[in-house]
Design a protein around this ligand. Sequence first.
Ligand code: ARG
Length: 458
Amino acid sequence: MSKLWGGRFAKKTDEIVQQFNDSLPFDQRLYGQDIAGSIAWARGLVGAGVLTDAEMQTLVEGLELVRDEFENGRFPFAEGDEDIHTAVERRLTELVGNVGGKLHTGRSRNDQVAADFRLWVMGAVRRIQIWVRDLQHAMIANAEANLHLPMPGYTHLQHAQPITWGHFMLSHFWPLQRDWERLEQIWEETAVCPLGSAALAGTAYPIDRQAIADELGFRAISQNSLDAVSDRDFAAGFLYTAVMISTHLGRLSEQLILFNSAEFGFIRIDDGFSTGSSLMPQKKNPDTLELTRGKSGRVLGNLMGLLTTMKGLPSTYDKDLQEDKEPLFDAFDTLSMTLPVMAGLLNTLTLRPERMQAQLEPTLLATDLADYLVKKNLPFRTAHHLVGEVVQTAENKNIPITALSLADFQAISPHFGDDVTAIFNFQASLASRATTGGTSPAALAAQVRVAKLRSEAG
Ligand code: ARG
């Protein structure tokens, strides 16, 4: 099979160079976008006076046949098909004859691949947004079912202040909301059509670029042909967002792995979402969560790889850019598993309120105790110090702070009265964090309302 660019070559491409150069093994995934782009281009060529209506019709029908062949797994690959663009054009010409050779008039694989890739990213963004929404809705459902269930809150992984399960679960909703909005921005950035940029300098035919862009669902056309064939910022942006999503899932995974351990025992992962050990019969491992945590590394690697490829490239298209696609395909495939797996895991998760209850020890209320002294008009700094002494006294006596006598309290500060016992009330502590974003029942009910509203869009 002769090459599309074979005219100026006296010698056959070396076998190993052929293999090295070919991108078909991975870019055949773009066949749908490539064919859609070619159909729009063929229509554009009529307006430019290059094709007759009948020729265009022949090309469009031929391209649709090629699409059917791909869709039914019947596309006959041939030696010399170096990428999806050459494969489609070669096959089209076999099917429709010489007129197939007119399709590439005024365009280059440089603007073609940029357009195909952008169309793929636009579709991928929409798919990921759906998976993100499904996970967000699983989080809201899980949060609502246990909205006011008290549990210890942590900083530095140490007991800090009481919170509720609903508040904790929703703390993982908002990062995904930001990701969803980032995806929206990436779609906007990506939906700019480069077709008509040709190899680098623009096309020599009077093509209606806007009409082609409209037909393909782009929102705008590019303004500089040199930039248009080399710009992969949208691809890096897509990967950055994939990294953020993976990082968010990884952090939630780590938290749930801890909560699932015998030491915490706050949750039980459903049998359908855990796996066993080949040696230890008792084991039920949170592999799904560990894999999700682990895969954030590979997605980050994809971003690093692409950025490193892009860095320092001279103007305009360079073959280095052929390396742009696999990292995105891999990131997309990874998210196509991690997002639905996390949603399934949350939808089947069992909580163990008694285990959370057992961890609600009174030093979690030390801040509330300081606030009590503040209400007696002590400066917060002084109150903080005095409560520190209370905690130390209890520790020295090896008893909980709730077992200290009023005399013990008053030895530390005369501002402690017998009303101090009222402070050791978890519900009251939770209810006091009532500003927007706080853990109180009222604030939480409001948060759920806003979360539902924000996650409706799209
Ligand atoms: N397979 C190439 C890629 O993925 C298509 C563009 C080829 N352009 C070129 N001038 N060789 O980037």
